[in-house]
Design a binder for this molecule. Sequence first.
Ligand code: ATP
Ligand code: LTN
Length: 341
Amino acid sequence: MPEATETKEIPEKKKVIFSAIQPSGTFTLGNYIGALRNWVKLQNDYNCIFAVADLHAITVRQDPQKFRQNIYEAYALLLACGIDPQKSMFFIQSHVHTHAELAWILNCYTQFGELSRMTQFKDKSQKHADNVNAGLFTYPSLMAADILLYQADLVPVGIDQKQHLELSRNIAERFNGIYGNTFTVPEPYIAEVGAKVCSLQEPTKKMSKSDENVNSWIAMLDSPDVIMKKFKRAVTDSEAVVRVGEGKDGINNLIGIMSAVTGKTADEITAEFEGKGYGDFKTAVGECVVEMLRPIQKRFGDYIKNKDYLAEQYRNGAAFAEKLSRRTLDKAMKKIGFVAK
Ligand code: ATP
Ligand code: LTN
């Protein structure tokens, strides 16, 4: 007889992770180090669900041809980074109709005042003053739908998305409060410190793909030559010592990048470059980034040529996602009082 205190080991259920990225241009080194690279690692420990958030991208006007290409490229690039459709569910958001449907429903449980307080809405409506559309305003309800449909426990996002996630939690709690437990209330999963890659030209700002100065960001698909050139042009300071310090934003950023890529600490990097100039250092940073991206670019080149393979993967992903998300949508609709089909 087992002792009364002995407990049977119940295998812990893996937590569900959901995240998505907009196909709104070429992905940068910031997207990779701050988001995509972590997604790849999470696949081993969690049930991961990832999407290319194309519905979100049309809140800003897109050129149709370029948009289509960006969606393909985003899907292929994520595969090339190591998102593995055998381990994770990986699909294109607009292929799974439940997202838009739940978003409409959640819109009716989201207050005008809440949406008005979103800083991204305020920023983007200033930036695109000629197109402050309703979708830009209700963007967070669609994001909530993305997450709540899969009963996600954790959502890896950058700090810029934390406010949206907070709103998703409020919507879930409000709905559960009215109708009883329907949605898992998700927690943010913010990447470890140092995950913010800054602009190479204005190193107090984050590296952003929508920055008009192309020298400020490294695209994941930039050629080695271009990457080296951009690093050589990176803004530094006049001290000429490779160390982390106040007022040394450019060098701090380059050290951060090298540390993220090689796993070396800032002190190790400082020691390695003692007595050497910024020229050598910048070349070394450029080289390690080129080497990190080289295999990804190679795989991307193979995937993007193989449209049939891409289609097979995103169709499969969408079929699974539809089946899983349908359950939550049906449950929510039933609770509200809709008549079942
Ligand atoms: P935009 O320029 O349109 O604002 P973006 O390059 O900032 O776009 P997003 O699509 O908003 O990229 O972000 C996708 C993910 O990449 C988010 O999780 C975000 O936090 C992360 N990310 C974006 N830029 C950086 C950066 N410079 N450093 C670290 N993480 C980043
Ligand atoms: N809004 C996010 C992309 C995004 C997302 C999501 C992230 C859309 N739906 C759901 C996490 C969970 C962005 O712009 N980075």
